[in-house]
Design a binder for this molecule. Structure first.
Ligand code: BDR
Ligand code: CA
Length: 309
């Protein structure tokens, strides 16, 4: 099993990514940490606990910082609602976060693990960067970072920047320069990771409580995207998990990626040397394509594993 830490700002697609990870026999979820992004840290932490309660994930959980490394938080209520996870009713948390911070919990898991651990950040990279700043000695305990963020051809929160990177570009810059192997699920692939309305019905028909909630999360999440002309819901964050459990459904290219932290128009952009114009060694395995049908099968199978009805 691959030991992992889930770090996210749930968020509908974070929630579905965690449902997928928790269902996989290939992954060992050692901890869950919250980060502020889609909503404030109070809301994303509460949502994380509600999701974990719903899917029966009882890993140690800790709350992240209240804001990005240097800039002010940006939240996304237009996409995820006022709560950060609007839509279906969810169970109240069955447990509380630990007293320690997200960074302390990550450091504890890494230092206690006999083998290197994979980080799966699906929100801004604030916690991961803060971890590297506070514990540079633990870098070798991180096997790789499979992240959702960026886009080598376009942005979604500004023309140039994707939301997770835009919220904390300084953190992302630190992570991309860290030398730790990176798998990047950016918009190039995640906007192909579309779940169509007929797929929602397939998941809803599974009938178990998790599948029902997943279908309702998709209904809500699709609302924003439908208005923008998408034919389905791009379940961005689940691609970062798929990269670990089903790499065969992805097309991946090794590229050198830098994060723009300045600029009038491009702060938060991930700039990839697609044509290898410089002789930098690639620092990221950038996912560029996905077998959409296989991705939907993966999600549906995961939802099914929560119970036959
Ligand atoms: C990313 O932003 C968030 O709204 C989603 O959860 C995803 O992580 C997509 O740009
Ligand atoms: Ca997210």
């Amino acid at each position: 099993k691959i030991p992992i830490i889930l770090d996210g700002d749930p968020g509908h697609d974070d929630a579905i990514a965690w449902m997928l990870a928790n269902a996989s026999p290939l992954l060992d979820i050692r901890a869950v940490t919250s980060v502020c992004g889609n909503q404030t840290i109070e809301k994303t932490t509460y949502n994380a606990l509600r999701i974990m309660t719903l899917i029966g994930l009882r890993a140690p959980m800790a709350r992240g910082r209240t804001g990005p490394l240097v800039s002010e938080p940006i939240v996304a209520p237009t996409v995820h609602g006022k709560s950060g996870l609007d839509g279906p009713d969810l169970p109240e948390p069955a447990f509380e976060p630990l007293e320690m911070s997200a960074v302390e919990l990550m450091a504890k898991v890494l230092s206690e693990s006999a083998e290197p651990v994979t980080l799966v950040p699906t929100g801004p990279l604030t916690n991961v960067a803060a971890l590297l700043l506070a514990h540079p000695e633990l870098k070798s305990k991180i096997r790789e970072i499979s992240l959702m963020g960026g886009g080598i051809h376009h942005g979604n929160w500004t023309p140039a920047a994707e939301f997770n990177i835009l919220v904390d570009p300084e953190a992302a810059d630190l992570v991309f320069r860290s030398g730790i192997p990176i798998i990047m699920a950016g918009l190039d692939v995640t906007e192909q990771a579309l779940v169509f309305p007929e797929d929602f019905e397939r998941i809803r028909a599974l009938g178990n409580p998790v599948a029902t909630v997943v279908a309702e999360w998709l209904d809500f999440f699709y609302g924003f995207h439908r208005a923008k002309g998408y034919p389905g819901a791009p379940v961005h964050d689940a691609v970062a998990v798929a990269a670990l459990i089903a790499p065969e459904i992805l097309t991946i290219e090794e590229l050198y990626v830098e994060v723009e932290t300045q600029g009038d128009y491009c702060r938060g952009a991930t700039v990839a040397d697609y044509y290898r114009l410089h002789d930098h060694k690639p620092n990221a395995r950038v996912i560029l394509g996905i077998d959409r049908a296989a991705f939907v099968d993966l999600l549906a199978e995961a939802a099914k594993s929560y119970g036959e009805v």
